[in-house]
Design a protein around this ligand. Structure first.
Ligand code: SAM
Ligand code: SF4
Ligand code: SF4
Length: 371
């Protein structure tokens, strides 16, 4: 019997303490990297744990009962997260997404949302505060999340077919509960809700058209995500990626689509609307059509490491600065120094050469830094 081999290495320890520059320049509200990309979005992973074992993200073979998740003391506290968020907002961040692992598993997540929801940009505007969830706990928590100040949610849903969905989450979770969670979230006003479907060929690509048909004409915006080579544990292969162009072709053959413009710079989804006016879909072509040129996102891991790219091999240990007694001005200057040096454009450079280099330096897992 041949066993599936999934290489994995623990890169959570790969990090360095950021340099605090000698001269502390105050944040200006607009911080650009070396490729003139402003820092605008912050994704914060609030837990590395999850109650699903999606085959493309946390395969059971790796994330089993022996897998060592982070101990509680390693996690950033809500106060630490809020402090970092304030610093990023001072640098120009106006959109914060909570993610994970499964963010709704973090105890008292509502409390964190309350703390973040009161933050304002330097010119007094609200922060666009959102959360990405597998929706397993959403029906139960939606009202409390809304009351705490969450604006909206994005739900991950890979299939409407119960058997396929259970196979993909690999913990036998029923699709009906996710659909119920989406409805409850909509009812309490956590919208517009986006629904993200990761498409893996041979696994759920037969669900592309049924998913489109199901959400067409509803208030929910369905987005198709190309299966990505994040992390080292999902055994990624290019032939399992369904290019967005194919997704659009398959849907368009049954329900005609036309392209229309993105909402803002840095939006990852390319938008298509139904020619009959009954709504839109999005496609996120992380593999076939890199959008690094507009990438304005920073990611904060559960234990406080800053990643300037989803495919980074190393994080920058902001928690060390926090816990070593550095003040906000020092941390802000360190972040500024890091972002100004940023040249990441992994997707654009995805090539044989980079692939070879990355064999030697395994990538960070999606469940650890958040999607
Ligand atoms: N647990 C939450 C959820 O699933 O919505 C939040 C964290 S999850 C890591 C965030 C997003 O990353 C999900 O929409 C998930 O489908 C996506 N994702 C995970 N692994 C992926 C991969 N290999 N390729 C593309 N998207 C992936
Ligand atoms: Fe969990 Fe989300 Fe990863 Fe699925 S995609 S295993 S729900 S973190
Ligand atoms: Fe941004 Fe890195 Fe993704 Fe490019 S590969 S879009 S730089 S996260």
């Amino acid at each position: 019997m041949s066993e599936k081999f999934i290489p994995v290495a623990d890169h959570r320890s790969l990090s360095r303490e950021p340099v605090v520059p000698a001269v502390l320049e105050a944040p200006t509200g607009r911080l650009e990297d070396a490729l003139a990309r402003p820092l605008q979005d912050l994704r914060i992973s609030v837990t590395d744990r999850c109650n699903f074992r999606c085959v493309y993200c946390m395969p059971k073979e790796v994330f089993d009962k022996d897998y060592r998740f982070l101990p509680h003391g390693d996690l950033l506290s809500f106060e630490e997260i809020t402090r970092i968020a304030k610093i990023f907002i001072a640098h120009g961040v106006h959109k914060i997404r909570l993610t994970g692992g499964e963010p709704l598993l973090r105890k008292n997540i509502e409390k964190l949302i309350e703390m973040l929801a009161v933050l304002r940009t330097p010119d007094g505007k609200d922060i666009d505060l959102t959360l990405t969830t597998n929706a397993s706990l959403l029906a139960r928590k939606a009202q409390a999340l809304k009351d705490a100040g969450l604006r909206r949610v994005t739900v991950s849903l890979d299939s409407l077919d119960d058997a396929t969905f259970r196979r993909m989450n690999d913990v036998d979770f029923p699709v009906a509960d996710v659909l119920h969670g989406i409805d409850v979230a909509h009812r309490v006003g956590l919208g517009p809700i986006k629904v993200n479907m990761v498409v893996k060929r041979g696994m759920n690509d037969q669900e592309i058209v049924p998913m489109a048909r199901h959400f067409k004409g509803t208030p929910f915006i369905l987005r198709f995500i190309e299966y990505m080579d994040v992390g080292s544990s999902n055994g990624w292969r290019m032939d399992e990626v369904v290019p967005s162009a194919e997704v659009v072709r398959r849907i368009g053959a049954e329900m005609p689509l036309e392209p229309f413009e993105r909402n803002y710079r840095g939006e990852t989804a390319e938008r298509w609307r139904y020619a009959d006016g009954s709504g839109e879909i999005g496609v996120i072509s992380s593999v076939t059509h890199a959008f690094c040129g507009d990438c304005t996102r920073a990611r904060l891991s559960t234990e406080g490491k800053l990643y300037t790219c989803l495919f980074a091999t190393r994080g920058h240990d902001l928690r060390a600065l926090l816990r070593n007694g550095r003040n906000d001005a020092e941390i802000a200057a360190a972040v500024s120094h890091l972002w100004q040096a940023r040249m990441d454009r992994y997707s654009e450079l995805r090539s044989a050469q980079t692939a070879a280099m990355r064999e030697a330096a395994p990538k960070v897992e999606m469940s650890y830094i958040g999607g």
